[in-house]
Design a protein around this ligand. Structure first.
Ligand SMILES: [Zn+2]
Ligand SMILES: [Zn+2]
Length: 322
């Protein structure tokens, strides 16, 4: 279900789950029952695999869990509620200190204003099984989501003011969270603040993905590091000296370049990347791209010609080409 190997670590499970949950989240796929169903199953698979006891059970009898009837019946009794995944944008200033944020979001609740009746079509299982005769001795069965109740297993009153027959409704919510330093590019999981489609299970988690708000001139370079592309005059690269580089906070810092910086070289500036902890920050990698000026004054040409004559003479003396 999560597209991971049998020996996946908890971290791999978590990241596979987060990706799939995001892709199939009902907010992203409105009115798409298939995505909704998949989203549920992903949550179920995650809950199973992230619980060591259930994982053992699952690892021991994988064919039973996925064989006909097994998959659904195994999960239906254990169905956990869905997580809500929210992306939280944070400025560099906010990321550099512990920041309180008020997060508004929507979560799904089971409707308590109307009472569900067991679906007569599937008798509450949400699944429809059709058995057909193959020959005199063999039958085959097919399983699909019940069309009458859309796999919910129950029928609700279409006139319910709260859920309009869906059995669940979206509710606006907000929560104040303290986001610790070093949360950039991580996800904070707040248990119990996600959706609660099923009354019998605790609510799912609220997952906050912390997205640093950094100007577009930077690219993420992994591990709290940022990449900055610097177009440099090849003569400046040859001579070295002081150059200015922006920081993610919007300031400028001066760095002293050694003479002879090559095209494509990335110079590491420590301590100016994303915050790792209160004391620590990642690096900015300044990557140099040679950009030759295409218009030169006569004076510039004369100087460069002089440079060229000198270096060609020098190379000749030393028996080098270039
Ligand atoms: Zn209702
Ligand atoms: Zn049904």
């Amino acid at each position: 279900m999560l597209g991971i190997s049998e020996n996946a670590t908890q971290d791999e499970i978590k990241s596979a789950y987060r990706r799939l949950a995001r892709e199939n989240h009902p907010d992203v796929n409105p009115n798409n029952p298939e995505a909704e169903e998949k989203f549920k199953e992903i949550g179920e698979a995650y809950a199973t695999l992230s619980d060591p006891d259930k994982r053992r059970q699952y690892d021991q009898k994988p064919e039973e869990n996925f064989s006909f009837g097994g998959f659904n019946s195994f999960f239906r009794t254990e169905m956990p509620n869905s997580p809500v995944v929210i992306q939280v944008e944070m400025t560099m200033d906010e990321l550099l200190r512990e920041t309180k944020k008020n997060i508004s979001y929507q979560r799904v609740f089971n409707c308590s204003s109307c009472k569900g009746e067991q679906c007569p079509e599937c008798r509450g299982s949400g699944v429809k099984i059709t058995t057909q005769k193959f020959d005199n001795f063999h039958f085959y069965s097919q399983q699909s989501s019940c069309q009458r109740c859309f796999g919910r297993g129950e029928i609700r009153d279409q006139n319910c003011h709260q859920c309009h027959g869906k059995g669940k409704y979206l509710q606006n919510d907000s929560i104040e969270v303290v986001i610790p330093v070093g949360s950039a590019l991580k996800a904070l999981i707040i248990e119990g603040m996600g959706s609660r489609e099923s009354q019998n299970q605790p609510p799912g988690p609220l997952i906050l993905e912390i997205m640093p708000k950094i100007s577009e001139q930077f690219a993420f370079a992994g591990n709290y590091n940022l990449l900055y592309n610097y177009d440099i005059d090849p003569v400046r690269a040859m001579l070295g000296g002081e150059i200015s580089v922006p920081t993610p906070e919007g300031d400028m810092i001066n760095i002293n370049l050694k003479p002879g910086v090559q095209h494509g070289h990335a110079e590491e500036i420590k301590g100016y990347g994303l915050p790792i902890s209160v004391q620590d920050r990642g690096s900015i990698y300044v990557k140099f791209n040679y950009v030759a000026p295409n218009k030169l004054s006569d004076q510039q040409k004369a100087s460069l010609q002089q440079y060229l004559d000198l270096s060609e003479n020098k190379n000749k003396r030393e028996g080098k080409q270039l």
